[in-house]
Design a protein around this ligand. Structure first.
Ligand SMILES: Cc1cc2nc3c(=O)[nH]c(=O)nc-3n(C[C@H](O)[C@H](O)[C@H](O)COP(=O)(O)O)c2cc1C
Length: 306
C-alpha cells in the first residue's frame, strides 16, 4: 500500500502532519544535532517578540505528577536577532517553517507580521494570543472574541502569510474564540497552549515558581486538549493543529481522530528528541494496519461511542 502522509493547513501543505510546538524546540539549532529536521512536517519557532525578552524570574519550571509547570515568560532574542541569526538556519529544511509571534499591543503584532512578510521562506505565522506567563497582557487577546477578531482581521490586512491562531484553554468556551478567528480570516488554528496552574512547596510555604502561577503542559492536559479539538472541529471549518501532552503515535492519533489536521509535540521533546520523527513512523504503521492510504481520511474519523 502506498501511504500518503501529506496534510494541509489552508495554503500550507505539509509532507507529514507532525510538527514541533513553540517554545519546546528553540530555533531548531540544538535539535538539528540530534535528529534529522527534514523528517518533520513543520517547525514552529519559540515565540518572537519585537524587543528581546529576558523572561520571568527563576525558578521557571516545576515538575508535577504528569506534566510540567512553566513560567518562562517568552524569553527570546527579539525580531532583529531572529531575522539576522536564526531565520537562514531554519530555512534550509524541508519541514515547513512557522514563526510564532506575540506582542503586548495590536501594533506590536502588526509590526512583527510586516517585518516577517518581507522575508521569503516563512510558510506561516503562528499568532500567540494565549501565553499565560506574561503579566496581565498575555491572555488579553486570546480570552476575548472581539479582541481576537480585531487582531486577526488587522493582521490579515497587513500580511499575505497564512495566519495560524494559537488558542488558550483558559477560557469557558474555546470554540467562541475559534469562530472569531475564523470570521476574521485565520487560515488554521493551534490548540492548546498551556493550562494555568500553580504548585506550592509546603515546607517553605512558597509557590514553586518565581512567577507564582505557570502553564501546565504534558500528558496531564491531553484529555482537556482532545475535548477542545473535538469541540472546535465540530463548530469551525478551519484546519486544526492539535497539541497538549503528545508523547507517542497513539496520543497523536487521538488528536487526529478528534479532528486535528496536524499535531505538534511539545514537552515530550525535552524527554526524548526522537519523539516527533517516531510519531511519523507510528502514524504510517497505523494507516497500514487500518488500510487507510491517505492521511487526510483519518482526520475526524471518530466513531460514536454508542
Ligand atoms: C517550556 C515551554 C515553553 C513554551 N513556550 C511557548 C512559546 O514560546 N510560545 C507558545 O506559543 N507556546 C509555548 N509553549 C506551549 C507549547 O507550545 C504547547 O502549546 C503546550 O506546551 C502544550 O503541548 P505539550 O503538552 O505537548 O507541551 C511552551 C511550553 C513549554 C512547556
Amino acid at each position: 500500500m502506498n501511504i500518503n502522509l501529506k496534510s494541509k493547513l489552508g495554503r500550507v501543505s505539509l509532507n507529514n502532519p507532525v510538527l514541533v510546538a513553540a517554545g519546546t524546540f528553540g530555533f531548531g539549532e540544538e535539535y538539528a544535532k540530534l535528529i534529522d529536521l527534514n523528517k518533520l512536517g513543520g517547525i514552529v519557532t519559540k515565540t518572537v517578540t519585537l524587543e528581546p525578552r529576558e523572561g520571568n524570574p527563576p525558578p521557571r519550571l516545576a515538575g508535577t505528577p504528569a506534566g510540567l509547570l512553566n513560567a518562562i515568560g517568552l524569553e527570546n532574542p527579539g525580531i532583529d536577532v531572529f531575522l539576522e541569526e536564526k531565520l537562514s538556519f531554519l530555512s534550509q529544511f524541508e519541514a515547513r517553517l512557522i514563526v510564532n509571534i506575540a506582542g503586548e499591543e495590536e501594533e506590536d503584532y502588526l509590526t512583527l507580521a510586516k517585518r516577517l512578510s518581507e522575508k521569503e521562506k516563512i510558510d506561516a505565522l503562528e499568532i500567540n494570543i494565549s501565553c499565560p506567563n506574561v503579566k496581565e497582557r498575555g491572555l488579553a487577546f486570546g480570552t476575548d472574541p472581539e479582541r481576537t477578531f480585531s487582531l486577526v482581521k488587522k493582521l490579515s490586512e497587513v500580511t499575505n502569510i497564512p495566519l495560524i491562531i494559537k488558542l488558550t484553554p483558559n477560557v469557558t468556551d474555546i470554540s467562541e474564540i475559534a469562530q472569531a478567528a475564523e470570521e476574521a480570516g485565520a487560515e488554521a488554528l493551534s490548540l492548546i497552549n498551556t493550562v494555568l496552574g500553580m504548585s506550592i512547596d509546603v515546607e517553605t510555604r512558597k509557590p514553586q515558581l518565581g512567577n507564582i502561577t505557570g502553564g501546565l503542559s504534558g500528558p496531564a492536559i491531553r484529555p482537556i486538549a482532545i475535548r477542545m479539538v473535538r469541540d472546535v472541529f465540530q463548530k469551525v471549518s478551519l484546519p486544526i493543529i492539535g497539541m497538549g501532552g503528545i508523547t507517542c503515535s497513539e496520543d497523536a492519533l487521538e488528536f487526529i481522530l478528534a479532528g486535528a489536521s496536524a499535531v505538534a509535540v511539545g514537552t515530550a521533546n525535552f524527554v526524548d528528541s526522537r519523539t516527533a520523527p517516531g510519531i511519523v513512523e507510528g502514524i504510517k504503521e497505523y494507516m497500514q494496519r487500518k488500510g487507510v492510504e491517505n492521511f487526510e481520511d483519518l482526520i475526524g474519523w471518530l466513531e460514536n461511542s454508542t
